[in-house]
Ligand binder design. Sequence first.
Ligand SMILES: [Fe+2]
Ligand SMILES: [Fe+2]
Length: 438
Amino acid sequence: MPAYASHSIDYAIQQLGGRIHEERRRQGLTLQELAARSSISISRLSQIENGHHVLDAVQADAIAEAFGMSLEAFLPADVTIPYVLSRDSEVRSAPITDPSVESALLQEGEQSWPLAERFIGRHLEPLLTRLDPGSDRFVYHHEHEFTFVLQGAIEFTIKTPSGVVREELHRGDCLHFRSSLPHRLRAHGGEPAECIQVISSGATPLSPGQDWRLAGFFTEGDSEDGRAQVIGRELGALRESRGWTTEQVARMVGLKDRQIEQIEAGTRRLPLDVMIRLARAFGKPLREFLRDTRNAGPHYFVQRSSEMPALAARQRRMPTDRAHAPTPNVFYPLASGFATRHMYPYLIRVRNVDTETLARHEHHGEEFMYVLEGQLEVTTYAEEKKVTEILRPGDSCYIDASVPHFVRGVTRSPYSQISAEVLDVFWCPLGETYLFAD
Ligand SMILES: [Fe+2]
Ligand SMILES: [Fe+2]
């Protein structure tokens, strides 16, 4: 998790000037060059680097962009909380008291349980959703959504720019789509249905009444005013999705009601420490407030369970010093037909092998694992403290993948080759090719 999840916010901010200085040096840029790229004056930049000026969100975003990096990368990380677990029984028995990010999107007769609510800064929003037949309401929100049908049948309707498309999905089928297009999921065939939904970061419903076609392709961002407006709009949409008032949000971050309204209107700068407090309150990464990254490309892709046996398995990249280690698990891509995806869903057949020292690994990003079948043993080594958890069907785990970790199937049978089937969604800032060897 990011350091702002558990350290004082000042600590994170204090480090920022030094990190900007280091990065500028690393990229071989002069203050003049950075000033030209970021539209921030040289004297202001040097104050920022020396820690004499506290950045606001607009400046921080402009500098990060000038470096070609995400703002998150400038803030220190904290690996003392490497994962959060959700047990199936606990999830289902929990009353839905804290409406999740999707609350504004829920249709009548629909229940959704957040599966990684406690993971601050998460880039993926995994939900267990129960759908009833019925609702005619269409919803839309940022970025992409992945839906895997656990039980029953689901009718999926999406309004694409080239027309309305309808698909019927059954148990084991899955779907990856641009959720900024109006879409509707409902149970089909008279029985309730259940699915796992994962929404990639930026999952912010637009304000009711906002035109999704315009909102989907806003182009501000070059001018400072434009940036402040994007930030304001993203904050407003995120706040509304939670059903929070400006007053409630103001109280959470120590501002006045009026100030939040002005930030949302783009007429007041969002101070960076407030932005970090907001990220903490919403449990979201900072980029959630900065800009929308959706692009054109396919509108949706359906992977049928009947096609799964024909899917070509992929090989995970192994550390070079372990080139000859056995690769224990088999990865089947579930959204390969959706070329512009920025989360990577896989079905993993996890083998029962005893190669802990060889298969232990770490990588950039975050990983959501949901156990479909068998037993999964997840071991993490945060600051060399080894912790092992056993997950059963319906249990899930959201993990900071930069912490060394190791997963394997557990079975009593010494002959069993495969001992767990897991739905795994990766989020990785370096893209998918970084994770796989082929
Ligand atoms: Fe959705
Ligand atoms: Fe991993």
